[in-house]
Design a protein around this ligand. Sequence first.
Ligand SMILES: *[C@@H]1O[C@H](CO)[C@@H](O)[C@H](O)[C@H]1NC(C)=O
Ligand SMILES: *[C@@H]1O[C@H](CO)[C@@H](O)[C@H](O)[C@H]1NC(C)=O
Length: 379
Amino acid sequence: MSLFLPLALCTLAACCGARSPPHPVLGPPPLFPLGCNSSDVLDIANFIVQDINRDQKDGYVLSLNRVSDAREHPQEAGLGSLFYFTLDVLETGCPVLSRKSWKNCGVRHLHESVYGQCKAIFYINKARRIFFLPAYNCTLRPVSQSKITTTCPDCPSSSPHDLSNPKFLETATESLARYNDKSPSKQYSLVKITKTSKQWVFGPAYFVEYLIQESCPKSQASSCALQPPNSVPVGICHGSLTERHSEKSVSVTCDFFESEAPTPRGENPTVNPRPVNLFKAEEPQQTTHQPKAVPKGTVQYLPDLDNKAEDSQGTDPVEAFPVQLDLTTDPQGEPLDVSFLFLDPMEGKLVVLPFPSKEQRSAECPGPAQMDNPLILPP
Ligand SMILES: *[C@@H]1O[C@H](CO)[C@@H](O)[C@H](O)[C@H]1NC(C)=O
Ligand SMILES: *[C@@H]1O[C@H](CO)[C@@H](O)[C@H](O)[C@H]1NC(C)=O
């Protein structure tokens, strides 16, 4: 037994050369804090955000604002590491259906920001070129409207998804009708409204974003009703409706998604860029994503923190953005089955631990934020 421990520590030290050697502790398996601004950590964070975005069916692409916490749990020899990341994210203006990379999507203006936090467990086995997101969960909220109003009283008030006001549906249908009028052949119908806001400028102004699908062309309106074209969203429109006295003015712009060309995963570097540093010594390779390898997680949207902040001074940070991500509650960990990622029978077992609390994170965390306004940074 006395011989085993130094040997095990050597193995750990050898597989994770970048870190200082672990302290010889028994008890819970070691989970090493990583600096939140290191290029390897940022590469992994980028990869996680891409995988989360790729897993979404609706909503908007999330972008990385900063890494809030990063830990590595080296596994037994040859099995790589599991990483536990906490990421502060911002909603962009790109619908996930556009399949754009978050780096090509602008974040929203401060007054219409939606921000939050994701926790993710990520598995990397460089030797086998496995990069896999087994689990994630995110919680997002719109920026506090009361705080926006004090700094920018004239900004549109963003009620990100307020469908109770029929004016928003009217804005969508009237602006789409305007678009269809000008469209020579193709016609579009409303799939759903994805964002709403309003503003007062000499009268009420309503703004909506909505997904559209193709509908019957003008020429064959009656014959194609029986067999409508593909009902997948093909684009997103921004519509507005302004009322001044009894005059209405409507405006609309629409952007179409690039058709999803069935390119193999990982071939197009803008769609699926590799974390460069991690692959420095290797030729470009596809991520080993087997069909069964789908991550499990959700992005949950909560209302803004306004009401909450009033009930209790000193809002509990854990409560502000509750993100639960526990594949186990056993402090010793539990086996995580990833054998489907291996082409040949997998030797040994991955051990997954309870998600670490942020108390013991590295002193270099959180890292620098892209947008460092405190209104859009989770506590
Ligand atoms: C993710 O969050 C949901 C609630 O939003 C929760 O039911 C689920 O258990 C969480 N997943 C994990 C792995 O903890
Ligand atoms: C983060 O890293 C970049 C590049 O290495 C460096 O320029 C920047 O100063 C670092 N920021 C902080 C807050 O450490």
